[in-house]
Design a protein around this ligand. Structure first.
Ligand code: 6YU
Length: 503
């Protein structure tokens, strides 16, 4: 008779793509006692598809960044047939766009005029050049307290010496818009918060970013279909992880970890994979674990950046934009990349809006624009009512199109990621004062290596734990699979049992 193996009890905290991805991999490798505890009433976390206008929209992740064969989100989505034909074209997968869409936008200025793309090309090319330069710094070539923002200011000051007065004003205003976009990309209030030396450690796969015709959540649901239905327990917010203990289960097995939930329920486990957003960890780092997290991990949590990027979706009866354009950019005359955005949030919050993506396809969705806004202004926007945001957007669009009669949007939907208690913002970045090593420290499992005689108890995944791919869905998926693999490696006998069972 063969030996029987007890499948280790694994608890995963959080049912975003990191948690679901970890569970699917564990299940595939013979771990049959896996549970996911999820605080909210839904799975997917920061992947969230909602009905709006005549179709589906995303209020969290929108694109597969770098959809090409090395990207695990692209691999899965193509394997599951979730993508449209364009995304599958080999030429699209090979195109290297450096994280920015290749399309030329329509540009409106705050005086109600359209700015011709030709008059922005020079400064746009300069901007991309500086962005490339910023990505080439390393810790050996720049000072640890340098920021991407300070680097840009230095480059602007140097180049602007050659600009005459008219060009100067337009260029610094355009550059303010480009920096507002960059704040959305990095999920930060200002690029002055983003560390320069590790900026290039963020790695981009090639490919023209693509979306999911049936919503990003179709991917989460498809991965979830690989795990048993009762794996995810919703509305089960975890309050504390008691580890390094001896907790006797009903099966008389002694477990080292006990997870305590806000509603008083407790769960025992051999291993816990924590996939909590960094925004949540920042608020609860001191008391979420008992014994507490090691000081190095608490420091890493405090130092790494986690900011807010929100979307404002507006539905219009008819498009007022050129329907061939896919992006509308807003340039505030009189604003400058060399000065800080004005502090009076009530009056100025909408000046941080970087522009609108035209959502497609209009035939299925209707006429929808998706605005992007980051930082304190995005957080302030969350405190306003839908009516107030809609009215501000109507005034803004009337001002920029120069049409005081422009009909207001017929409906609005916006994200409020900062106010979500179990997220606390949008995604992570490497802040000034931190580095890629902080991401690695955050990802280290407990107990630490020097205690390797003790089995692994608490493992850490989630987008903020991936050194080269933080802030993305593929980074999150990789992190969940990485920690699942860490456990799989500890139980080689389970794999053998699975392959024997398959014979
Ligand atoms: C991408 C994109 N994208 C827009 C917006 C947002 C994000 N991202 P989760 O949070 O999903 O799961 C954790 C779960 O834990 C969650 O369900 C909680 O409820 C639960 N939980 C919390 N506390 C708990 C407790 N106590 N007990 C139990 N459960 C608890 N990524 O690839 N393409 O287009 C966008 C975008 C508005 C908010 C995005 C995008 C980021 C991804 O959404 C995100 O990384 C993953 O979904 C996270 O998954 P997870 O499982 O880790 O956590 C140079 C340089 C620059 C670097 N940046 C460049 C990339 C820019 C990112 N792109 C942004 C653009 C958009 C539009």
């Amino acid at each position: 008779m063969g030996r029987r193996y007890r499948s280790p009890a694994v608890l995963i905290i959080g049912s975003g793509i990191a948690g679901i991805g970890a569970a699917a991999k564990l299940h595939q490798h013979g771990f049959h006692s896996v549970r996911i505890l999820e605080a909210t009433g839904r799975t997917g976390g920061r992947i969230r598809t909602l009905s709006f206008a005549k179709g589906l929209v995303e209020i969290g992740a929108q694109w597969i960044h770098g959809p090409s064969p090395e990207n695990p989100v692209f691999q899965l989505s193509s394997q599951y047939n979730l993508l449209g034909p364009d995304a599958l074209l080999e030429e699209n997968q090979k195109m290297d766009v450096g994280g920015h869409p290749p399309a030329i936008p329509v540009i409106y200025s705050s005086s109600g005029k359209e700015i011709s793309p030709s008059s922005v090309m020079n400064v746009l090319n300069l901007y991309f050049e500086w962005l490339e330069k910023a990505r080439n710094f390393t810790k050996d070539t720049c000072s640890p307290d340098a920021s991407v923002g300070s680097f840009f200011r230095q480059e602007i000051l140097r180049s602007s010496k050659e600009w005459n007065k008219d060009i100067y004003e337009l260029n610094v205003a355009l550059l303010r818009t480009f920096l507002n976009i960059e704040c959305c990309v990095s999920g930060t209030h200002t690029m002055d918060y983003v560390a320069l030396c590790p900026f290039g450690e963020y790695t981009m796969f090639p490919g023209v970013d693509c979306t999911f015709p049936k919503g990003y959540e179709s991917l989460v649901n498809r991965i979830k279909a690989n795990i048993p239905n009762d794996t995810v327990i919703l509305n089960k917010a975890v309050e504390r992880i008691n580890w390094d203990g001896s907790f006797q289960g009903n099966d008389s097995h002694i477990y080292p970890v006990q997870v305590q939930c806000e509603d008083g329920d407790t769960f025992l486990a051999d291993h816990v994979i924590v996939t909590l957003p960094l925004g949540f960890l920042k608020k609860h780092a001191d008391d979420f674990l008992n014994p507490p997290l090691p000081p190095s991990k608490i420091q890493a949590i405090k130092k790494l950046g986690f900011g807010t990027m929100n979307k404002i979706l507006l539905e219009f009866e008819k498009p007022f934009w050129d329907t061939n354009s896919s992006y509308i950019q807003l340039v505030w005359e009189g604003e400058s990349a060399l000065t800080d955005p004005q502090k009076d949030l009530k009056k100025n919050w909408m000046k941080k809006l970087s522009g609108f993506v035209v959502l497609e396809p209009p035939g299925q969705l209707g006429h929808v624009l998706c605005g992007f806004i980051a930082g304190e202004e995005a957080e302030y926007m969350e405190s306003l009512s839908d009516e107030e945001v809609l009215s501000s957007m109507t005034s803004l669009l009337r001002q920029f199109t120069g049409n005081p009669e422009l009909p207001p949007p017929i409906s609005i939907l916006r994200s409020q990621w900062h106010s979500q208690p179990y997220t606390g913002g949008s995604y992570s970045y490497v802040a000034v004062g931190s580095s890629g090593s902080d991401i690695q420290i955050l990802a280290e499992p407990l107990p630490k290596d020097k205690d390797a005689v003790k089995p692994l108890q608490v493992l850490f995944a989630g987008e903020a734990t991936e050194t080269n791919f933080y802030s993305t869905t593929h980074g999150a998926l990789m992190s969940g699979r990485r920690e699942a693999q860490r456990l799989i490696d500890k139980y080689p006998e389970l794999g053998t049992a699975v392959s024997k069972a398959k014979l």
